[in-house]
Design a protein. Structure first.
Length: 185
C-alpha cells in the first residue's frame, strides 16, 4: 500500500478547517439542545392524525394536589378558590385572573384533556414549557407543561396555549407566550 503525502506549499500556508468545523459543531449542539428542550416554534406545526392520539413526549404527572408551601396554590390562602377574597391579580404570580368560563370553549376542552391525562391530540402537548419569557413564576425545569388550545379555522396549532404547573395551577396565553393570565376554575 502506497501513501501519498501532499507536499507543503512553498509559502508555508497550512489550510485550517478546524475553525469552520468548530462553528458547525457548536451550531449543531445548540440546535440539538433547542430541539431536546421541546421548544415550540409556534405556528407551522401540524396536529397528529385525530384517530391516532399519541404523544411522542413522555409527560410527567401533573398533580392537582395543592402545595402547602406555595400560598398561590394552597386552598386555604388561594384567592382563586376563595370568592370572599376575589382579587383581580394572583398574588403568587402577579398575573391577572381570568375565569375559565370567560375563555373560549376550546380552553375548557383543553383543561378537560389536562385533567384526564395522556394521550393528547398534539405531540407537543404535555411537553415541558421552558418559561424562557420569565413571565410565569420561576420554577425548576420540568415544572410547567404546555397544551394546545384549538383555534377554529387555523390550519396549525395557532397561538393559544394553556400552561399547567406541577401544583395544579393553570395559565392562559392567547398570544403564544407574550402574555399570560392565571386561570380561575
Amino acid at each position: 500500500m502506497v501513501i501519498h503525502r501532499v507536499p507543503p506549499r512553498p509559502d508555508g500556508f497550512v489550510p485550517r478547517t478546524s475553525g469552520a468545523l468548530s462553528m458547525v459543531l457548536v451550531l449543531l449542539v445548540v440546535l440539538g439542545v433547542w430541539f431536546l428542550n421541546g421548544r415550540d416554534p409556534g405556528t407551522g406545526t401540524t396536529a397528529l392524525d385525530p384517530g391516532a392520539r399519541t404523544s411522542s413526549v413522555p409527560s410527567p404527572v401533573v398533580s392537582s394536589a395543592p402545595s402547602a408551601t406555595d400560598p398561590a396554590t394552597d386552598p386555604a390562602t388561594d384567592p382563586a378558590t376563595d370568592p370572599a377574597t376575589d382579587p383581580a391579580t394572583d398574588p403568587g404570580s402577579g398575573l391577572p385572573y381570568v375565569d375559565l368560563a370567560d375563555l373560549p370553549p376550546q380552553a375548557s376542552d383543553t383543561v378537560d384533556l389536562i385533567d384526564r391525562g395522556p394521550p393528547y391530540p398534539y405531540a407537543q402537548d404535555g411537553s415541558t414549557f421552558g418559561n424562557f419569557e420569565l413571565i410565569l413564576p420561576e420554577r425548576e425545569r420540568g415544572y410547567y407543561e404546555e397544551f394546545t388550545v384549538e383555534t377554529p379555522g387555523s390550519d396549525d396549532r395557532g397561538a393559544r396555549r394553556i400552561v399547567a404547573g406541577a401544583d395544579g395551577e393553570l395559565y392562559w396565553t392567547q398570544d403564544h407566550y407574550a402574555s399570560f393570565e392565571r386561570i380561575r376554575r
